[in-house]
Design a binder for this molecule. Structure first.
Ligand code: ZN
Length: 899
């Protein structure tokens, strides 16, 4: 009989920043890498060290020891260091699909700069696994994945529990919603099951007896995987010696110091036919529900909000516009890769999740700002280039042209704001204060403008005000040119502004003096608290501030919508745990005050001010429970008797012809240890909800499995969550608020706006005062209603996905152009609007790439064209897959390439 083989893989799970700031972990990493390189040089039997699936370790090490670049390169080339497939060990659910693609691309680039990439997807520590993992791995050229969580058994510290196992083996077939399949390898005994192997014979005997039994319990083949390492574990220098001892003690086994590539080859050759199959996302739904770590989605909400904003700027604005507007040769590959590397540092599973110490998250905010600055620079250059290409010389002399750009994949309807430069006075022509006075004079004139299109027809719009301020041009070939400019603030109403489009408009001064203009008879507001357009009628209760909403399309009325709920939280950055008193405070407890903020023909804004008297903080019991490191399931703290006012200013916006009802909330949080949510009791009777995940609209049950003990069952979303029955439905869009929960009472969608906790949690006592999120806060979300058709539901999804991506505007001159006055750079026509575009970029060969996914679990006809070209399908590395004539498959992710 062939011997069982024990594959021992040396590694260290390297949380780059977590319970210490980045640099403290970093210096330990340098020490680890020094030791690994020495060991490679001195122990020929040491097969290799696995760099935790994240190539960033190379960059981090060489930042301190650049002189070791050749040693590192040689080690990778010789297979002694195993690098990739990712650039960072990301969080799965809280980052955009494009971030995942960049993590694959940059991980591979970094590894292949030196040698071969490790050939396995690696998710040792992600807090659950996204459903599209199999398809994404296939598109990244991988057919297997190792992961640590999501499938039972997953308990405290992922120890194997006695209850039933979802897969009979640690190896399983994992199938995604599109039917892509990969080999899944679960760290059933965690990624530390071969850590600290004794050399002492007596200890070794006991160690192996136990560890071999554990691994054999789950292994489907005679190839046993032992992971020699754990979180931030120094390399075991005598591991090959320890394996020699093991070999003597257990001659029936073959002990091999190895690596994932060799282990995988051996396992694949021996796989039995009866492997279990697991499907879609893996989020530990068959556990007691306490340690899914899903509440990291609401820890430090400010990070998630900033991330949403920065991702839009980098992906939808900078990258896309650079790809379509700049000459191919000027596409800023290196600058974008630089920005992505920085952003990916924030997308690591202890970073964007908000579950580290304060220093870590402070540094993250600086990184976000850096990425934002790079993105804004690239976007500004690209949109200026686009504006220069658009023909504007048909506008009358004296008019001031400007370009509006819709970078989203959805037609837009609503009021957009533009700042149009009217005139500038250069410092070289006069003293700054004199130039300022000159421009101020223009702002003070009672000018009267019309907004016109290229054919001369007037469009609905108005100038709402003027600003005078300093500016400076930074020419590429000369010294800076400072000036004072005067700008008109312009509102333009657009109806169905096409996806991926530009349009030239102009401000034209009229000779007729401005009358008490813009006072139209039209209004969307009545009785001071009713907003109404042709699609919706929204009544705000003067008694409790809740909304009654009539969806005119379906004639369905929703009641008591948008109620705020505040509860105590004695948990930590990972886990929400309601205080033992279960004291809950609602906005409906007191009457609101209601003001009209804007009342124009095309937009109505009403402010609702609700005051909740909430406990100031948890009782001192919580302080004791934290210091004594008492597990959250055993805590007994309550909330204080002392209260503070939580005053929520909700600005509710309805625009003409728009199906979206928008909410922007501003408030000052002065309370600790609590959670704030907004509730939408839809009263729809459904058993499932749909939410946007990564490259997927995932359907999830509203009620958890029978094993579930946690009284809450939060879930994660990208842009939206939806509840619908056979007749009507509600899509709730959000701007960087990734945590929701479906409450069975009244079919309520609960959206978390803020969660305030004072400690990190997990394995020790780490205070995190900044996770209490004190001071000014904001939240934006919107309701979009749909009828019984799939097309209308998908329309609501598309609106939700692009709701917070603004229309861009740029002032330009009158000039000839290679582009007509209006047009589109991309045409996407899919049945039922089922295709969502996630990113547009140029690949290494400067070909245009359009990436997106099917919102539906059904196939659809689709046609994607750039300048009448149909393109071809490629993978994440831009390798040809097929032609594009085939229908879009269920849940398919597509990368179109246009030469
Ligand atoms: Zn980790």
């Amino acid at each position: 009989m062939a011997k069982k083989k024990v594959f021992v893989i040396s590694h260290s799970h390297w949380d780059r920043e977590w319970y210490m700031p980045f640099e403290k972990h970093h210096l330990r990493l340098v020490k680890l890498m020094d030791e690994v390189l020495d060991l490679i040089d001195t122990d020929p039997k040491f097969n290799s060290f696995q760099l935790d699936g994240q190539a960033i370790i190379i960059d981090d090490y060489l930042a301190v020891r650049p002189e070791n670049k050749d040693r590192v390169a040689k080690a990778i080339k010789n297979g002694k260091l195993r690098v990739g497939p990712f650039y960072v060990l990301q969080d799965d659910f809280l980052i955009s699909p494009e971030s995942h693609v960049k993590d694959f691309q940059i991980g591979r680039q970094t590894a292949e700069k030196y040698g071969q990439m490790m050939g396995i997807g690696y998710f040792p520590d992600t807090f659950g696994n996204m459903g599209q993992t199999p398809q994404m791995l296939r598109l990244a050229g991988l057919d297997a994945v190792a992961f640590g969580r999501g499938v039972k058994p997953t308990g405290l510290n992922n120890q194997v529990s006695e209850s039933a196992f979802e897969s009979s083996f640690s190896e399983m077939n994992w199938i995604g919603p599109d039917q892509s399949q990969v080999l899944g390898i679960l760290f059933a005994n965690w990624y530390s099951n071969g850590n600290e192997i004794p050399v002492d014979r007596q200890e070794a005997k006991q160690y192996w007896t136990e560890k071999l039994a554990d691994v054999e319990k789950y292994a489907s083949t005679d190839n046993l995987l032992m992971m020699n390492g754990v979180d931030h574990q120094p390399v075991q220098k005598d591991v090959t010696k320890a394996l020699e001892v093991a070999q003597e003690l257990f001659p029936d086994y073959e002990f091999i110091h190895s690596n994932f590539d060799d282990y995988l080859a051996a396992v694949k050759a021996d796989l039995p036919k009866n492997l279990s199959t697991i499907n879609g996302e893996l989020t530990s739904q068959e556990t007691d529900g306490w340690y899914t770590l899903t509440n990291t989605a609401s820890s430090r909400i400010y990070l998630k909000q900033k991330n949403a904003e920065v991702q839009r700027k980098l992906i939808n604005e900078a990258t896309q516009l650079a790809a379509v507007a700049l000459p191919k040769a000027e596409y800023p590959h290196d600058q974008l890769t630089y920005a992505w590397k920085l952003l990916l540092e924030n997308h690591i599973h202890d970073s964007i999740t908000g579950c580290s110490v304060d220093e870590v998250h402070r540094e993250m905010m600086t990184r976000f700002e850096k990425v934002e600055a790079v993105a804004e620079s690239i976007r500004d250059d690209a949109q200026t280039a686009l504006a220069d290409q658009v023909k504007t010389d048909q506008f009358p002399e004296g008019s001031q042209p400007f370009i509006v750009i819709n970078p989203s994949d959805t037609a837009k309807t609503g009021v957009i704001t533009a700042e149009v430069e009217l005139e500038r006075a250069l410092f070289k022509d006069g003293r700054p204060d004199a130039q300022f006075a000159k421009m101020q004079l223009i702002a003070q004139q009672n000018r009267h403008y019309a907004v016109i299109a290229a054919d001369g027809r007037q469009v609905v719009g108005r100038v709402t005000g003027y600003t005078t301020r300093f500016g400076a041009d930074l020419p590429e070939d000369r010294f800076r040119v400072p000036y004072i400019g005067v700008y008109a603030q312009v509102e333009v109403y657009v109806k169905d502004l096409p996806a991926f489009s530009w349009q030239a408009l102009a401000l034209q001064q009229l000779t007729t003096p401005k009358m008490y203009a813009d006072q139209t008879a039209e209004s969307l507001i009545s009785d001071g608290r009713i907003l109404e357009n042709n699609l919706l009628k929204v009544e705000i209760s003067a008694v409790d501030g809740s909304l009654t909403i009539l969806d005119k399309k379906t004639n369905h009325t929703y009641h008591r919508m948008a109620v705020y709920e505040d509860t105590g939280d004695m948990g930590n950055e990972y886990i929400y745990k309601e205080t033992a008193d279960q004291k809950r405070i609602y906005s409906t407890d007191q009457a609101p005050t209601i003001h009209i903020k804007e009342d124009s023909a095309k937009r109505g804004v009403i402010e609702v001010v609700s005051t909740l008297q909430i406990p100031r903080q948890a009782t001192p019991q919580l302080d004791y429970e934290q210091r004594a490191v008492i597990d959250i399931t055993h805590r007994q703290a309550t909330r204080s008797q002392e209260t503070v006012a939580l005053t929520l200013h909700t600005f509710i916006t309805l625009e003409a012809d728009s199906s979206a009802l928008k909410f922007d909330v501003a408030y000052d949080n002065q309370a600790l240890d609590h959670r704030l949510r907004v509730l939408f009791p839809t009263e729809l009777e459904t058993t499932t909800n749909e939410a946007e995940s990564v490259f997927e609209v995932v359907q999830r049950p509203n009620v958890p499995e029978k094993y579930w003990e946690n009284p809450t069952n939060p879930q994660r979303q990208q842009a939206f969550v939806n509840l619908h029955d056979e007749k009507v439905g509600v899509t709730l869009a959000n701007d960087g608020l990734p945590e929701y929960e479906i409450l069975s009472k009244d079919g309520t969608i609960a959206l978390t706006m803020l969660r305030c906790v004072g400690e990190l949690g997990d394995w020790g006592y780490f205070l995190t005062p900044e996770a209490q999120c004190q001071g000014a806060q904001h939240a934006s979300f919107a309701l979009i209603f749909h009828d019984e058709t799939t097309a209308d539901r998908f329309q609501s999804y598309q609106v939700a996905r692009t709701l917070y991506l603004p229309i861009l505007t740029v002032t330009t001159s009158r000039h000839q152009g290679t582009r007509s006055t209006e047009g589109t750079w991309l045409e996407v026509n899919a049945d039922e609007q089922a295709f969502a575009v996630t990113g547009i970029e140029r690949d290494q060969a400067n070909d245009l790439i359009v990436r997106g996914y099917n919102l539906d679990s059904q196939a659809h006809n689709i046609d994607v064209q750039v300048a009448d070209q149909k393109g071809e399908l490629v993978d994440f590395q831009s390798q040809h897959l097929s032609e594009t004539t085939a229908p879009l498959k269920a849940a398919e992710i597509r990368n179109y390439r246009f030469k």
